[in-house]
Design a protein around this ligand. Structure first.
Ligand SMILES: [Fe+2]
Length: 433
């Protein structure tokens, strides 16, 4: 039997006492037994937990091990075995306990179209060994293979079926830099549109055909991510919070599954979010989600506001902003360029900061960055490199560095800090110059 661990390993959904361990075995048709080990050291001399799970064809031989009883804010190492074949080892880390004031180091990534380039940024992200990695959507792109590209995704057809989505995830997951980023830290992912279909909203056109496609895409997403919750009847519970002591309350949003004509989140998700925003004792309220949140007026011919971002749902945005007076931080992606700015409420008060990551590899659109900055005084930074966000959060400040690579059409681009910003709760200040 060839080694079945071709898609790497991952961990995710860290709590103070547990994590999810993930792998997916390939080249198998029957159920197989998989052994897992969790240790305090990377040589597995001090194994603290181990067990056996079944990898089933119905779930594409994916494995989601729910580990409990761990110590908070602690590094652990894990691996899998099937027969005589061993997986690579991964490093994970639990969240701190509820009273912790310890600093949190995070990374955030998004938008990684395979054909557009190499995932070198992920190799640099992995080297940082953050406490947690957020993915802000567009983990795969469903499109058929373009005529020209830096590399070829196989098979080339647009993904519409369970088999198609599984094959697309497998193509992405074979990338060694992406595998390194998963093996370096626990992930907390959310999705945008391309995990299903370009610009879809909610139940789409409501047809059986679309709902079957969405259900297939959601199942494949689960099968390839270290999630705690399984899809049920074509739905997958994605909005949730991951709390890091008294420092950061990361509220992970789902801007696709419940989207309708009037809202980005639907009524149930909004009331969940509003109650947490108004009641949390934690210093930083962080929205982890794909879409440009604050107003972005684009000069020139209309439309001057993008309807598929939060500018298309201003009433719901206003209700969220009315629930906070400061200490709001929004992490976003989607637009394939980097931005940073102040988050301003309807009364003109600055209540927080937004950091928009560009893309791991996806091509940017033609964007008049300086023109948009001039038309939006609350936006303060634009940059067109590929890259990711690197954050350090304490009781005192929320600090974000924009990390960039100069090229993705060849391997081995070095990384550098393009700019660094700090917020103390109301608006941003550049600190690298
Ligand atoms: Fe994207």
């Amino acid at each position: 039997m060839p080694n079945p661990f071709t898609l790497g390993v991952a961990s995710g959904e860290p709590l103070p006492d547990g994590v999810i361990l993930w792998t997916r075995l390939t080249g198998l048709s029957h159920p197989v037994e998989v052994r897992w080990q969790l240790a305090e050291d990377d040589r597995f001399a001090r194994v603290v937990q181990q067990g056996t799970v079944q990898a089933l064809p119905a779930w594409a031989h994916s494995v989601h091990v729910r580990v409990e009883g761990l110590r908070p804010a602690t590094d652990y190492f894990y691996r899998f075995r099937s027969g005589s074949e061993l997986s690579p080892a991964g490093r994970t880390r639990t969240a701190p306990d509820a009273a912790s004031t310890q600093q949190v180091r995070f990374a955030a990534a998004n938008c990684q179209r395979f054909e557009h380039g190499w995932f070198t940024a992920y190799r640099h992200l992995a080297a940082e060994r953050p406490d947690v990695v957020f993915h802000l959507g567009d983990y795969i792109y469903e499109y058929g293979r373009p005529a020209q590209g830096v590399r070829r995704v196989d098979p080339p057809e647009e993904t519409t079926t369970l088999a198609g989505y599984r094959a697309r995830y497998a193509a992405y997951k074979r990338d060694p830099d992406l595998q390194a980023a998963h093996a370096a830290a626990p992930w907390v992912p959310t999705w945008d549109d391309h995990e299903v279909m370009d610009n879809y909203q909610g139940r789409g056109d409501g047809s059986d055909r679309f709902l079957r496609r969405r259900a297939a895409a959601y199942q494949a997403y689960y099968e390839h991510m270290p999630l705690r919750v399984r899809p049920r009847e074509g739905a997958l519970q994605m909005y949730r919070r991951r709390t890091y002591g008294l420092v950061a309350d990361f509220m992970v949003l789902d801007v696709r599954q419940f989207r309708d004509a009037g809202t980005m989140l639907g009524a149930a998700q909004e009331s969940w979010l509003l109650s947490r925003l108004t009641s949390t004792p934690v210093r930083w309220r962080v929205l982890v989600q794909p879409l440009f949140f604050t107003r972005r007026f684009v000069p020139g011919p209309p439309p001057n506001l993008r309807k598929d971002a939060w500018d298309g749902r201003p009433e719901q945005r206003a209700r969220l902003l009315a629930a906070v007076s400061r200490n709001l931080v929004v992490l976003s992606g989607d637009v394939h360029n980097a931005w940073a700015g102040d988050v301003v409420d309807a009364a003109g008060q600055t209540v927080g900061a937004e950091f928009v990551g560009s893309a791991i590899s996806s091509n940017p659109p033609v964007t008049d960055g300086p023109g948009v900055l001039a038309a939006n005084p609350h936006l303060r930074y634009f940059d067109a490199h590929r890259g990711y966000l690197s954050g350090a959060v304490s009781q005192a400040e929320f600090r974000v560095a924009f990390k960039g690579v100069d090229f993705v059409d060849r391997k081995d681009a070095p990384v550098r800090t393009l700019a660094e910003f700090v917020t103390e709760g109301r608006g941003i200040r550049r600190v690298d110059v």
